[in-house]
Design a protein around this ligand. Structure first.
Ligand code: SF4
Length: 62
């Protein structure tokens, strides 16, 4: 699984960071990133939860 955050959509709610802080981070600007790209298997469920919970549909899973 690979994940990224669409910076055009992200509004910085931080739901993703709350659900999976290992994968998502908030930048100094207050928006989310997923700097590692590749997601270890043990975090797949949390990343999918974050994708479903993001109110802006900004999380992209490949
Ligand atoms: S939950 Fe969505 S909108 Fe909120 S910070 Fe994360 S990616 Fe951005």
């Amino acid at each position: 699984m690979k994940v990224s955050v669409d910076s055009d959509r992200c509004r910085g709610h931080g739901v993703c960071v709350a659900l999976c802080p290992t994968v998502f981070e908030l930048t100094d600007d207050g928006y989310a990133t997923a700097p590692r790209g590749q997601v270890p298997a043990e975090h797949h469920a949390a990343v999918t939860d974050a994708e479903n919970a993001c109110p802006e549909y900004a999380i992209v899973i490949e």
